[in-house]
Design a protein around this ligand. Structure first.
Ligand code: NAD
Length: 366
């Protein structure tokens, strides 16, 4: 609810969409509803200055429509900055489908969703996110060309998660170099929260490097499966945030750094793949800085996936994907140093660089 002063009187004006903080600079929000398939989706297009809005589709059982809307607004904004800081000519967008991916994701629902994406004429290009698989993108591809993350045997760049994990690993090493003076992760105590597609691939890199890895997940079967493959321990406690550790790697959902968790954190570095890790990017970014916890901005170090899917649009190959992803190390180190020199949060340092690229392109176009 926002209050406006009209003719000297304070009038309460209900402004559920344009009044939302997170909506303040989005270009377009599309609500998709299909009774026959049960599809309820929201596509958020944040910014298309640098190019079409590209971002994955998340399927999640949100507690409310409001929660789904908040998520898509935050995620699509994050995509704008992720592509901008990575130097890609893409805007930021994201989609959420409300529902349980395990029980409600049918081929009919995915096809209908693809038709909605198609209706936007390429302004939004989708890909996979939580609750989606490469096979879902292949299906969407049958009704629209505006989809990436297609399987390799169908001409795509395949599952982006291993590349996302590799980029996160690079960003983590850079943050370790900055915090500890050495990027070798051997014997570093690292907690990986969420061992899904990205988390597991990250665990593989960390365990190869000889880190002391603890894993946590709400899915017990996954924990056993991953422990069976790598040299890791399952975290059995009930408050990961309060554990002594070198690095906390959030790889589940967002907003795990918040008013409750932040005061308890003992980690020296935060570097993970989850999107929107800071519940409030200004307040929590600042509190991390005050506490001397090195935060590698999420949208910077989890950009491997977008680099991977962008290859499908730009037709570059594996070597270039790896080169661009490894560059995350250099960019992360630069951002951490810039933040220190300028006395600002690492999140803000990354955001400012991304925003200046967008502003420069806007000025060129004007
Ligand atoms: P996923 O669905 O494969 O894995 C998420 C995992 O987190 C699951 O195993 C789930 O059980 C677990 N989880 C959920 N809530 C949890 C909790 N409270 N505590 C512990 N574990 C919990 O998803 P993913 O593709 O691995 O993505 C992980 C994160 O990385 C997401 O935030 C996603 O937006 C982000 N991300 C993914 C990619 C990509 O390429 N897949 C790219 C950029 C960012």
């Amino acid at each position: 609810m926002t209050t406006e002063v009209i003719s000297g009187k304070n009038i309460k004006k209900i402004s559920p969409v344009f009044g939302q903080f997170s909506f303040k600079d989005h270009e377009q929000i599309v609500f998709c509803n299909d009774k026959d398939t049960g599809l309820k989706a929201i596509i958020g297009i944040h910014n298309t200055v640098l190019g079409p809005a590209l971002g994955g589709t998340r399927m999640w059982q949100y507690a409310s429509e409001q929660e789904a809307l908040n998520d898509v607004l935050r995620l699509s904004r994050g995509m704008t900055y992720k592509s901008a800081i990575t130097g890609l000519n893409l805007g930021g967008g994201k989609a959420v489908i409300i529902g349980d991916a395990k029980t409600q994701k049918t081929p009919e629902l995915m096809l209908r969703f693809g038709e909605f994406v198609h209706g936007l004429g390429g302004k939004y290009i989708t890909a996979e996110d939580v609750g989606m698989a490469t096979s879902d993108m292949d299906l969407v591809r049958t009704v629209t060309p505006y989809v990436t993350g297609i399987s390799q045997d169908k001409g795509g760049a395949g599952n982006p998660s291993p590349i996302t994990a590799y980029g996160t690993f690079m960003g983590m090493k850079a943050a370790a170099k900055y915090a500890f003076g050495n990027d070798d992760l051997e014997n570093r105590v690292i907690y990986v929260q969420g061992i899904g597609n990205v988390g597991e691939a990250l665990v593989e890199h960390l365990s190869n490097e000889g880190a002391k890895v603890f894993i946590s997940d709400i899915n017990q079967d996954r924990l056993e499966e991953v422990r069976g493959k790598y040299s890791v321990e399952i975290y059995t406690g009930n408050n990961i945030y309060a554990e002594e550790m070198d690095i906390y790697a959030p790889c589940a959902l967002g907003a795990t750094i918040n008013d409750t968790t932040l005061p308890q954190l003992k980690a020296k570095v935060i570097a993970g793949a989850a999107n929107n890790q800071l519940a409030d990017e200004v307040k929590h970014g600042e509190l991390l800085r005050e506490r001397g916890i090195v935060y590698a901005p999420d949208f910077l170090i989890n950009a491997g996936g977008i680099i991977n899917v962008y290859a499908e649009l730009e037709n570059y190959g594996r070597q270039e994907i790896i080169r661009k992803t490894e560059n995350i190390y250099t960019t992360t180190l630069e951002i951490l140093e810039t933040a220190e020199k300028s006395d600002i949060t690492t999140h803000f340092a990354a955001l400012s660089i991304a925003q200046s690229r967008i502003d420069a392109r806007k000025a060129e176009k004007a």
